[in-house]
Design a protein around this ligand. Structure first.
Ligand code: SAH
Ligand code: SF4
Length: 356
């Protein structure tokens, strides 16, 4: 059986093929020239090309559907080899700037929101992905090709760096080994060259896995989906809280190595009449004591069958002001892609039932 090339780090390749600079050449063809065919890799000998073609496969996922939102974000539905589908969202963060002569003076900036599992085990009450249950982990290659596919499709020059957020379907830390491999592949300077500082892992707070991640010293950024300031409510919203309560998450964060210029992001999903009051804001300030934190308030996105409601804008603004006054950095997340269900928590494996 052929090995999926995209599952391998450059170091893995260097163990398999000699001399070791072949691995650099291959990485460059695949991740910088977007090649899908060993036969076109002209700086390799004919023998090598034939050999690599025999041992490696280079298959991007199949595009099953694509929706473009009025705000420019694009949702991709990718079909995997076994028929399951996953979603990836491209979010343009800054638009291209063009001068009077029509020349581009500043390129558009992109963030890609990627999936790490088919479905999710965590069962959060507010999350659409949770409704389909868990199917399986993604392989490193299935994680990496979500970004490669899009860069190739948009024909972005290789040096155009994108940011990655692991905020699509699935709980990244529940697939830690494959996640770590994909972070290394993304970060390789001979490949996509997406520095770990441009990669943010969002987690529901698996405290022991946060500690494991810290030990791997990958230098990635961390975002914690907190959403509630007391265990009673968090237990109800996020069943995983019964295993890892708020105190255990805070403790793990305090030990997590953070670049001196960076902060840990805390995502706080605002749900009408549940956690959007100033009493909660006050508790949040207390919880953040001693942590270099940045709070990101998210509007709950209602979806079919959801029992919760979107908070009022004035309450979200007031909550933010309250945190700011206490000296906390706090922003409100713009919900992109609302019209195509590409916003947070709305990604779902729609063809789950049809998959074999
Ligand atoms: N499993 C990880 C990453 C994927 S979810 C995690 O939970 O962090 C990405 C973000 O979307 C999380 O902060 C999650 O809480 C949020 N989210 C889930 N459902 C949502 C909804 N209906 N509206 C807004 N955000 C939601
Ligand atoms: Fe999983 Fe995150 Fe959704 Fe919770 S919010 S069910 S952890 S994807």
């Amino acid at each position: 059986m052929k090995r999926n090339f995209y599952d391998l780090t450059k170091e893995n390749l260097q163990e398999m093929i000699k001399p070791s600079f072949r691995a650099i050449q291959l990485f460059s063809w695949v991740y910088q020239k977007y090649s899908l065919d060993f036969n076109e890799m002209t700086n390799l000998s004919k023998n090598d090309r034939a050999e690599f073609d025999k041992i490696f496969s280079l298959n991007l996922p199949e595009l099953a559907n694509k929706e473009i939102s009025s705000d420019g974000s694009i949702k991709y539905l990718f079909k995997l080899k076994d028929g399951y589908t996953i979603e990836t969202v491209l979010l343009p963060m800054k638009n291209e700037v063009v001068d009077e002569s029509g020349e581009i003076v500043k390129h558009a900036r992109y963030t890609v929101c990627i999936s790490t599992q088919v479905g999710c085990k965590m069962g959060c009450a507010f999350c659409y992905t949770a409704k389909g249950g868990f199917k399986r982990d993604l392989t490193p290659g299935e994680i990496v090709t979500q970004v490669l596919y899009i860069k190739k499709e948009l024909n972005l020059p290789p040096e155009r760096r994108v940011n990655i957020v692991f905020m699509g379907m699935g709980e990244p830390l529940d697939n830690l080994e494959n996640l770590a491999t994909s972070i290394k592949i993304f970060g390789d300077v001979d490949g996509l060259s997406i520095s770990p500082r441009r990669q943010t892992i969002s987690t529901s707070g698996l405290a022991t896995k946060i500690e494991k991640l810290a030990k791997l010293n990958l230098n990635v950024l961390l975002a914690i989906s907190l959403h509630a300031v007391d265990d009673e409510l968090r237990d109800k919203l996020m069943p995983v809280n019964k295993a890892y309560n708020i105190a255990s998450i805070i403790e793990a964060i305090k030990k997590f190595p953070i670049d001196s210029r960076k902060r840990v992001m805390f995502e706080y999903l605002m749900i009408k009449d549940l956690n959007d009051d100033l009493k909660s804001a006050k508790k949040l300030i207390k919880l953040m004591h001693g942590i270099k934190a940045k709070i990101n308030l998210i509007y709950f996105n209602p979806h079919e069958g959801s029992e919760f409601q979107r908070p009022l804008r004035e309450n979200v603004e007031e909550f933010k002001e309250y945190l700011n006054r206490a000296g906390l950095i706090c922003t409100i997340r713009e919900s992109k892609g609302l019209d195509i269900s590409a916003a947070c928590g709305q990604l779902k494996e729609r063809s789950l039932k049809n998959a074999t």
